[in-house]
Design a protein. Structure first.
Length: 172
């Protein structure tokens, strides 16, 4: 069991320690949020810290899928699979990954994927007009995680910040 945990941690470090990949996930998350929000609003910045901590945890991210209808259903699925301890560790994970998330937001802004309104603390996605050329396409695994980020953004858009924190058992 310990070897499996070690390999998951090694995979997590290898896959997610790059701010550019995290920038892409945050762009997908923000785009998904805005697309499904009833008023086409963009998310407040703090939600990006919660989302990235969740998306970069293999145990929590694997339950983000179209098979779940909402954030409530997701949280219930985590409990049903006896991973409540993983959800309870999300608060610490948000703290530990704070600098990484800031670097990812910065990378996304520099890459032209996101715009941060410093007056409202809202982060807006930039609509991409041009698709990547052949040879610059994203790997299937990256696209898959991007799809999960977009789904998570959609789930978050149905709730206010405090409800999201409540479902995921984090404090703001």
């Amino acid at each position: 069991m310990e070897n499996n945990r070690d390999s998951l941690l090694a995979e997590e470090v290898r896959e997610w320690n790059t701010p550019l990949l995290s920038a892409y996930l945050l762009w997908e998350f923000t785009s998904g949020y805005k697309e499904t929000h009833p008023e086409n609003a963009s998310p407040v910045g703090i939600l990006h810290f919660i989302a990235l901590a969740l998306l970069t945890n293999p145990n929590l991210c694997r339950f983000v899928s179209n098979r779940r209808s909402s954030l409530q259903s997701y949280a219930l699925g985590i409990e049903e699979n006896k991973l409540t301890d993983q959800l309870l560790s999300l608060q610490e994970r948000i703290s530990q990954r704070k600098l990484h998330t800031l670097a990812a937001i910065d990378a996304a802004i520099k890459a032209g994927l996101l715009v941060w309104d410093s007056e409202t603390a809202i982060i807006h996605p930039v609509e991409l007009i041009k698709k990547p050329n052949h040879g610059k396409n994203l790997k299937a695994t990256v696209r898959s995680f991007g799809a999960k980020a977009r789904i998570l953004g959609g789930w978050f858009s149905s709730h206010d910040t405090f409800a999201i924190a409540n479902y995921l058992r984090v404090t703001l």
